[in-house]
Design a protein. Sequence first.
Length: 381
Amino acid sequence: MGASRSGARRGAHGALAWTWLAVLLCACAPRPPAQHAALTGEDPVVNVYNWGEYIDTEVLGDFEREYGIHVNYDVYDSNEVLETKLLVGHTNFDVVVPSGYFLETQIRAGIYRRLDKGALPNFRNLDPEVVRQLALYDPGNLYAVAYMWLSTTGIAYNVAQIRARMPDAPLDSWRMMFDPQVLQRFQDCGIGMLDSPINVVSSALIYLGHDPNSESPVHLREAEQLLRSVRPYVRYTDNTRMAADLANGDICLGIDWSGDIPFARESAASNGIELAFSIPKEGAISNMDTLAIPADAPHPRNAELFINYLLRPEVAARNTTVVKYANAVAGSGAFMSEALRNDPVVYPPPEVRARLQPSRARSHGYMRLLIRAWTRFKAGH
């Protein structure tokens, strides 16, 4: 999730399921009448490449019926997959959904088409705070629109199992995940971590008092030493099984993405398990997913229509209701349930948001060092 948020819901299983669904949509949906192409002067098609399980599928059908533009919808399960295809070029994609810190480097590589704001009147619906944060990745907000934001990395846990083993567990601190004296108390009930070096190492850097986006080799060595000290107590690193394992009671504690929690929490409740999620007091990294148009998109005007449609408050609310990620449209809360718009996992309160630090792009040189350190950590060396 990539840092954003993907986990079990945007993992390999979800990608396969959504690929199958995309085939059905392409095969079964009626082709729109040709006269609708007059809206943009393009063939009545828009090719969308998104994370799995990251949109309300009924939104796609409603867009097709309103505009007469058929949506070819395909999915991926990592930013790396998307980036590889975009760098090769000639993807035939019209709309893609990169995470912020990937978008940052991709803009510099000239991958995206500059937005025509005149074709995006619903841009004004975006939350100004989100627009300002997106400008960290896209200065001037020239190439991308925020889709889902406030994907955070924090501590997910089984309330009963944690309390039974350590009533005063430091659940408000990264000490819960990085202090060997604490972790050894929970080894028997199972501890997991994301298989995501940026998310986990950045969290360790925060605990150590460093900038989570630091590229200092010294800071990286400190983070690696910290991770190696807790490695004996970590059962596994994985991006796709942790939420399900928490919900089933197979593990009791883990570093996870916030977007995995609402569905896992519902599933856990059916098993008589209470799950909770904490953003540590030291802070945590956050990320957002964006909507962008590749430079060689074959239907850029249709892409603008599609993006503009997603920025309607009622449409954004439908997507958040289904995927349980906070959308970037300011007025969408009026179209959601009170429980959803007040869920602190989906929409953290202001005092929590103040502790979040956006994850930024890293240099290729640092990424090589990071991957090597992460490989050593996973291997237990």
